[in-house]
Design a protein around this ligand. Sequence first.
Ligand code: NAP
Length: 308
Amino acid sequence: MEHIYDVIIIGGGPGGYTAALYSARAGLDVLLLEKLSAGGQMALTSQIDNYPGFEEGVDGYELAEKMQAGAERFGAKTELAEVYALHLTEAVKKVETSEGDFYGRTVVISTGASPRELGLEQEARLVGRGVNYCAACDGMFYKGKTVAVVGGGNTAAADAMLLSRICEKVYVIHRRNELRATKIYHDPLMQAENVEFIWDSVVTDLIAADSLQGLRLKQVKTEEERELPVDGVFVSIGRKPVTELLAGQIELDGAGYIIADESTRTNLPGVFAVGDVRTKALRQVVTAVADGAVASHYIDEYLAEQKQ
Ligand code: NAP
C-alpha cells in the first residue's frame, strides 16, 4: 500500500514553506517537493527590504534556508524532485516525479512565476552571453560595463538601481513614457548620473556574434530605429506563472495564473494555490507567506470534512 500524505506541496518558495510550516505544526503529514533548492524567486534576491522583522533587510537565499529549516523542525519533509504530471481530481491525488509517484489527500501548488522573455530571435542562445533575467544574480558580471534594463515596473526599477551601483552606464528602455514602478524608485533613478531613460521604445533585435554586442531599438511613436551598443541586457518585464502542468485540469485566468481567491482554494476540491502562481493584486514574499498560512487553515477544514 502506498503512503498517503495529508499534504503534498509543490514548490519550495516562501508560500510553499509557510504552508509546510503551518500544516506540519498542526500535526499533518507533509511532503514538500522542490526541484533545486528552497526559495524560488526570493532566493535570487540578495537584499529584501520589504519583509518585516529585518531592520537591515535580509538576503533572500538565507531567508529561504531559514524557512525550510523552520518547516522541517515540525516534521515537514522535503524531497528534491522534478514533477512530471499531476492527477488532482480524485480524493487521493497522485504526483508523478523524477523520484517516483507520491500520493496526497490535498495538494498545494506553489510553483511561482518565472521571468518573462522578450521573445526575440537568439534570446535563448545568448542567455549567459549578454542576456540576463536577474540583476541580483548576474549584475556583478557587468562591473564597469554598459548595460540596458528593459521594463518599467518595480523589478526593472530595482534592477536599474542595483546595476547603477555596479556598472558604468545603465540604460532603462521602456515601451511607454512613464514608469509603472512605485514612486519610491522614481527620484533616486532620475537622479542617478549613470542612468539614462529611453522612453517609448522597444527592443526589436539582439545584435550579437558569440555574445551580445548591442540592441536594435524602435521608437514606437516615430517608428525610428537605431542601434544601442551594450555589454548586457537585463530583461525585467514581469513574470509568467509556472502552470504548464496544470493546463486542462484546473481553472487558470487568461495570463495562466491559477484562479484562487484569498482562501487559496482552487476549483478542485483539496487543491490549493499559494504565492505568485495564483491570481492576486500584489506578488510579494509577505503575501506569499500569508497565503501559505491561510492554505493550511482551509486544508485542515477540508480534511475534517472528508473524515465525516
Ligand atoms: P510588472 O509590474 O508587471 O511590470 C512589467 C513591466 O514590463 C511593465 O513596465 C511593462 O510595461 C513592461 N513589459 C511587459 N511586457 C513587455 C514586453 N513584452 N516588452 C517590453 N516591456 C514589457 O512586473 P514586475 O516589475 O516584475 O513586478 C511584478 C510584481 O512584483 C509586481 O507586483 C511588483 O510590485 C512586485 N515587485 C515589487 C518590488 C518591490 O516592491 N520592491 C520589486 C520587484 C517586484 P507597461 O508598464 O507598459 O505595462
